[in-house]
Design a protein around this ligand. Structure first.
Ligand SMILES: Cc1cc2nc3c(=O)[nH]c(=O)nc-3n(C[C@H](O)[C@H](O)[C@H](O)COP(=O)(O)OP(=O)(O)OC[C@H]3O[C@@H](n4cnc5c(N)ncnc54)[C@H](O)[C@@H]3O)c2cc1C
Length: 508
């Protein structure tokens, strides 16, 4: 690999991944004298879906200096406290996966052990009655977390629903203002160094030639540089995650904007509902081995409300990831690096992870095998941990009403996931992996929400007398319910944010 210092970066592709990368490099790398160029093709376009996020995106905006009101205004966004899962454990069941914690730790032990002790002694109160986010979400309320850590409102934790196309536009103007040069054109050729195999330049179909020292492949599912040119293999995870197609179909906004995403399990996959200010994003993610495209469209349209605003957008994908993300002088970020279905809204988070690790390991003095290796390990782990969490949603079901659910309920699962489930089933034990995006709250929500209930609990939970436990749990439930009742409705909070914005969205 070359030890040539990096003085120019070329980003191939201008979807969400391309412009998130460009914005971050424009703020942190360009001022150090490294030039940044981005090439994209309006004729090819972007994947054009992707509207729900997890809380980390607020850190990305903060890092760039984009304020929350400006983000909400520019992207026609709304607030998201979690995801409601409907019909997953069994038809007719529903639970929320909140972003904020359940309860408060007692005697230094995780709250759920105390809840589980009460449950095993006949207390039927659901876990979500101990979650500030769940109580607010169910009431259609929203406010930002309180700074007083004694207040239940300090446990509010949120992400956003937003128009990813408008977000890319916001980031584009951010990056261009800071000196990123955008080139319009279709990449038609890639030149490589005969000896090292490193990429030297991309050629466009108008004949122009764009040289750089470092290339970021943001060309979407195709992976023009990382896959087609450098030949990095793609691991196919369909044996665990059989969904490989989606149809997206926006509808007119409803009367109110719920502060959560809804994911409803259907006969051969699941349907999303994502409420924005100006519309509702809907889609059906399904397995082509278990249904066909016409039936999938029928299932989706039969289960939506509101006027349809566009033609169906059909997408095909292979769940999985690259075996390496950084190869020679090329880093793949976004769909070119891998794709996991949007069940837990993780794709944009994985872009953010890729961008922040690229900044942390930026090869100012040339490519270093040590840094490249570290990047590849971090990104592979991030994908693998999310994969296990997604498989959990399918595997932990009692549904037996279709070949799809029979398949996922009985399929073999990765050893890492089997171990996590066994630990939890026994004594309610759970240990997050280092750097894992989904920690105790998330796993607890899905495992308990889909009927995996631990047989026992930590001995620390026995340290409270039975009457004291009953009173403590009752107080907690009442505190959360009261706090939720005092919060403003979500739509009122969005209106309040829009008044504070210094920029206005296209539709504002
Ligand atoms: C059904 C579905 C639902 C999703 N929902 C969510 C969600 O809720 N939350 C979430 O976080 N993520 C979601 N995602 C993922 C999200 O949409 C993507 O992660 C995000 O849009 C990033 O895409 P990208 O920029 O990598 O690729 P793309 O948007 O495909 O952009 C590729 C870019 O490369 C350019 N390009 C390609 N080939 C060439 C060429 N030859 N020459 C020049 N330019 C070229 C294109 O013009 C384009 O600018 C979803 C994805 C799908 C498929």
């Amino acid at each position: 690999m070359s030890a040539r210092p990096v003085s120019k970066v070329l980003i191939a592709g201008g979807g969400t991944a391309g412009w998130m990368t460009a914005a971050a490099l424009s703020k942190f790398i360009l001022p150090a004298g490294v030039s940044v160029e981005l090439v994209e093709s309006d004729a090819i376009g972007t994947v054009g879906v992707g509207e729900a996020s997890i809380p980390g995106i607020a850190d990305f905006n903060r890092m760039l200096g984009i304020s929350e009101p400006d983000f909400i205004a520019a992207t026609r966004g709304s607030f998201k406290l979690g995801i409601e899962f409907v019909n997953w454990g069994a038809i007719g069941e529903s639970y929320l996966h909140p972003f904020g914690d359940y309860g408060f730790a007692l005697q230094g032990e995780d709250f759920h052990h105390f809840w589980n002790r009460a449950r095993l002694h006949g207390d039927a109160h659901a876990l979500e009655t101990y979650s500030m986010c769940c109580m607010a979400a169910r009431a259609g309320k929203f406010m930002l977390p309180a700074s007083d850590l004694q207040s239940p409102v300090s446990q509010m934790r949120h992400a956003y629903h937003f128009d990813a196309g408008l977000y890319a536009r916001l980031l584009r103007s951010f990056a261009e203002r800071r000196g990123v040069v955008r080139r319009e054109g279709r990449i038609s050729g890639i030149e490589r160094d005969g000896q090292s195999g490193a990429i030297l330049a991309l050629t466009l179909d108008d004949g122009s030639r764009l040289e750089a020292d470092l290339f970021v492949d943001c060309t979407g599912f195709r992976g023009l540089l990382i896959g087609d040119e450098l030949g990095v293999a793609y691991e196919d995870w369909r044996q665990w995650l059989p969904c490989d197609r989606a149809i997206a179909l926006p509808t007119a906004r409803g009367e109110t904007t719920p502060p959560f995403t809804r994911a409803t399990a259907r006969e051969a996959g699941w349907q999303w509902r994502i409420p924005l200010q100006h519309r509702v994003g809907n889609g059906y993610v399904y397995s082509s081995a278990h249904t066909d495209d016409d039936r999938a469209l029928d299932v989706l349209t039969r289960n939506m409300d509101g006027n349809v605003l566009a033609e169906p957008n059909r997408l095909r994908f292979t769940p999985g990831r690259r075996t390496r993300f950084w190869e020679k002088n090329c880093v793949a970020i976004g769909l070119s690096s891998g794709f996991l279905e949007p069940l837990e809204s993780t794709s944009i988070q994985l872009i953010q992870e890729g961008v922040s690790k690229l900044l942390a390991l930026f090869p100012r003095d040339g490519m270093s095998p040590l840094e490249t290796k570290r990047y590849n390990t971090i990104m592979a782990d991030a994908f693998d941990y999310i994969r296990d969490f997604l498989i959990l949603h399918y595997h932990a079901t009692r549904r037996d009403d279709s070949p799809f659910w029979n398949h996922v309920r009985t399929m073999d699962i990765p050893d890492s996931l089997a171990e996590t489930l066994d630990l939890f089933r026994g004594n309610g034990r759970f240990f997050a992996h280092k750097g894992d995006l989904f920690t105790l709250t998330s796993w607890l929500a899905v495992m308990v929400g889909q009927g995996i209930e631990p047989k026992a609990y930590s001995p620390v939970a026995d340290s409270l007398a039975s009457a004291e436990l009953t009173t403590t749990l009752k107080d907690m439930r009442e505190t959360y319910a009261l706090a939720a009742s005092k919060m403003p409705p979500h739509d009122a909070f969005i209106a309040h944010m829009l008044k504070k914005a210094s920029i206005q969205g296209e539709h504002a």
